[in-house]
Design a binder for this molecule. Structure first.
Ligand code: NAD
Length: 541
C-alpha cells in the first residue's frame, strides 16, 4: 500500500573533495586512473538492457596522449537506432506508471552510488577520456552530477504539489503525465554531468530516452549507464546508442513518437535538429518539446572602476580552465585602456606559473583540447590573428598536437571590436580583448550587446555600484547567466540555474525547477461529485 505524502527537502550541494596528497580520495582515484589507463574495454550499445556489439568499431583515446587507446565502442546503425526507439516505447508505459517516489528513489540511489563507489570511476574516466584535471572532473562528474540527481527530485516534489483549487461540489487536480513518446537526449563532450542530466531529468518524470552520447565522451558516459543499472533503473528506460549524429537525428526526428529533444551542444547542430523537426511537423503524435542549450561568446565587461587583480583572475581562470571548453568560458573582454596593461601583466604571471600536460600529473592545470578537429579549429583562429593587421597575440599562441592536442592559454588583443574572434565561438583556451577608451564606456557597452549572436553568460566588473547597475541594465538580453564582480562561468546547481537565449538556446535552465515542466504533459481532472441533470438556467425554472 502506498499512501504516504513523501517530502524531498532542498538538498545541500555535494561538497567538493580536496584530493590532498595522501587523502583517501586521491589514493582511490589514482588506483582507478591506473586501472582504466591500463585496460582497453569494449563498449557496446545498450538497448532495452541488452548489450549489442555491432562490430562497427571506433576507438576512444586520451586527448592528451592520442595514441593511447582507452576503449573501443560499437557504433549503432539504422537497425540499432530503430531497435532503440522500439525499446524506449516498450518501456514507456510501465516506467510512466511507476510510482514517482519509486522513480525518485532510483535517482537518489544513483546520487549515493556516485558519491561513494562510482566517484573515482566517473572522475577517472572523465579525466582520461575528456582530459580534465582532478578538480575539473570532481566538480563535473562527481559534484554537479550528484547535485542534478538530488535537486531534481526536490524540484519534482514541488512540481507535483502544484495543484489547482477546488470549486463547490468539485474535486480538481492536475496529473503530470510524461510526454507521449520518447525523448532523444543528444549530449556534448564537455560535461559528464550534462550528458547524465539530459537523460535523467526526463526519466525522473516518467519518460524514456534514446541517448546519443558524444563520440569523445563515450568512456565516462558508458560508466554512467553502469551506475544507472546498479541503482535499479529498468531496462529500456535509457537506451545508449553511440552513433553518427546526423543519422540518429534524422531517423528519430522522422518518428511520429518523438516527444522531445533534450540537447546540449553547438548552435549549428541544434538548428539542424530543429529544422528536421519542422520538416516532420505534421507527422508527430504531439508537438515535440525542443530544449537546447547551445553555444556562447561569453564576455567580461570591465568598468574603469574595476579591481585589476579581480579582473585578471576572472579572465585567466574564466577563459582557460578546462582549456576554455566550457560553454560559459570567457572568450571576449572589453576593458578600459588604463587597466589593460596591469591586467595583462597579471595574466602573464599566472601563465608563467601554470603547467600544461597529462592528467596523470596532478600539478598540470591545463590539459589537452578534446580532439584533432577541435585542435585544428582553434589553431586556425590563432593563425588568423597572427596574420592580421588588426590583432596580435599578446600571450601564448603555441599549439602542438604531436603527443596530445595541446594549445597554450592564448590572449589575442585587437583594435577591431568586430574582429573575427570577438564574434565567433572558438571553444578553446583563447580570449580576445578589446581595450576601449576610458571615457567611452557607453559605446563599449553597446558593442558588447550587439557584437555576437549569442546570449549565454557575461560578467561586469566595477567598484562603482551604480555604474555597474547601468551596465547590467544595458546588457539585459546578452546573458541568461549574468555575474557581477565574478567570472562568467562556474554555475552551480540550485544556485545559478543555467542557460541562455538568443543563439545560445531555449533558456530552460538546467539545474533549476523550470526545466522540469518541459518534460511533462499536465492533465487537469475535474470530478463533479453530483452531476447536474436539468439543462435550464436558474432564472428559467
Ligand atoms: P556538437 O554540436 O558538435 O555535438 C553535440 C552532440 O550532437 C554530440 O553528441 C554530436 O555527436 C551530436 N550531433 C552532431 N551533429 C548532429 C546532428 N546532425 N544530429 C544530431 N546530433 C548531432 O557540440 P560539442 O562539440 O559536443 O559541444 C560543444 C558545444 O556545446 C559548444 O558550442 C558549447 O558552447 C556547447 N555547450 C553549451 C552548453 C550550454 O549549456 N549552453 C553546455 C555545454 C556545451
Amino acid at each position: 500500500m502506498k499512501n504516504s505524502i513523501v517530502q524531498f527537502p532542498c538538498p545541500a550541494n555535494e561538497p567538493v573533495k580536496t584530493y590532498l596528497k595522501g587523502s583517501p580520495e586521491l589514493i582511490a582515484l589514482d588506483a582507478e586512473l591506473k586501472r582504466q589507463y591500463d585496460t582497453v574495454i569494449e563498449i557496446p550499445c545498450i538497448i532495452g538492457g541488452k548489450e549489442i556489439y555491432t562490430g562497427n568499431v571506433e576507438e576512444v583515446v586520451c586527448p592528451h596522449e592520442h595514441k593511447h587507446v582507452l576503449a573501443r565502442y560499437h557504433k549503432a546503425g539504422e537497425k540499432e537506432i530503430r531497435m532503440a526507439m522500439d525499446a524506449a516505447m516498450a518501456a514507456h508505459k510501465e516506467w510512466g506508471n511507476t510510482e514517482w517516489t519509486t522513480r525518485a528513489a532510483i535517482i537518489l540511489k544513483c546520487a549515493e552510488l556516485l558519491a561513494t563507489k562510482y566517484r573515482p570511476i566517473l572522475n577517472a574516466s572523465t579525466m582520461l577520456g575528456q582530459s580534465k584535471n582532478i578538480f575539473q572532473a570532481e566538480i563535473d562528474s562527481a559534484c554537479e552530477t550528484i547535485d542534478f540527481f538530488r535537486y531534481n527530485v526536490h524540484y519534482a516534489s514541488k512540481l507535483y504539489a502544484i495543484q489547482p483549487k477546488d470549486g463547490a461540489g468539485v474535486i480538481d487536480s492536475t496529473e503530470y503525465r510524461p510526454l507521449e513518446g520518447f525523448v532523444l537526449a543528444v549530449t556534448p563532450f564537455n560535461f559528464t554531468s550534462i550528458a547524465c542530466n539530459l537523460n535523467m531529468t526526463p526519466v525522473l518524470l516518467g519518460n524514456t530516452t534514446i541517448w546519443k552520447p558524444s563520440s569523445t565522451a563515450i568512456l565516462s558516459n558508458y560508466y554512467l549507464m553502469q551506475l544507472f543499472k546498479e541503482a535499479g533503473l529498468p531496462d529500456g528506460v535509457v537506451n545508449f546508442v553511440p552513433s553518427k549524429g546526423s543519422e540518429i537525428g534524422k531517423i528519430c526526428c522522422a518518428s511520429k513518437d518523438l516527444a522531445g529533444i533534450h540537447f546540449t551542444g553547438s548552435t549549428r547542430t541544434f538548428q539542424t535538429l530543429w529544422k528536421s523537426v519542422g520538416e516532420n511537423i505534421a507527422n508527430y503524435v504531439s508537438y515535440p518539446r525542443l530544449v537546447g542549450e547551445t553555444g556562447g561568446k561569453d564576455y567580461i565587461f570591465v568598468h574603469p572602476s574595476a579591481n585589476v587583480d579581480a579582473v585578471a583572475h576572472a579572465a585567466f581562470t574564466g577563459a582557460f580552465e578546462f582549456q576554455g571548453q566550457k560553454c560559459s568560458a570567457a572568450s571576449r573582454m572589453y576593458i578600459p585602456k588604463s587597466l589593460w596593461g596591469p591586467v595583462l601583466e597579471k595574466c602573464k604571471q599566472f601563465a608563467s606559473e601554470v603547467k600544461m600536460g597529462d592528467v596523470m600529473d596532478h600539478m598540470n592545470y591545463i590539459n589537452a583540447v578534446i580532439d584533432e578537429a577541435s585542435f585544428d579549429n582553434i589553431a586556425s583562429y590563432i593563425e588568423y590573428a597572427k596574420n592580421s593587421a588588426d590583432a596580435k597575440i599578446v600571450m601564448g599562441g603555441k599549439c602542438d598536437k604531436s603527443v596530445g592536442y595541446f594549445v597554450e592559454p592564448t590572449i589575442i588583443e585587437t583594435t577591431d571590436p568586430h574582429f573575427k574572434s570577438m564574434e565567433e565561438e572558438i571553444f578553446g583556451p583563447v580570449i580576445t580583448v578589446y581595450p576601449y577608451d576610458d571615457d567611452k564606456v557607453d559605446e563599449a557597452v553597446k558593442l558588447c550587446d550587439t557584437t555576437s549572436p549569442y546570449g549565454l553568460t557575461g560578467s561586469v566588473f566595477g567598484q562603482d555600484r551604480l555604474a555597474v547597475e547601468k551596465v547590467a541594465a544595458d546588457l539585459v538580453y546578452t546573458a541568461g547567466n549574468f555575474y557581477i564582480n565574478d567570472r562568467p562561468t562556474g554555475a552551480v546547481v540550485g544556485m545559478q540555474p543555467f542557460g541562455g537565449s538568443r543563439a545560445s538556446g531555449t533558456n530552460d535552465k538546467a539545474g533549476g525547477e523550470f526545466n522540469l515542466i518541459r518534460w511533462v504533459l499536465p492533465r487537469c481532472i475535474k470530478e463533479t461529485l453530483v452531476s447536474p441533470t436539468d439543462y435550464r438556467y436558474s432564472y428559467m425554472k
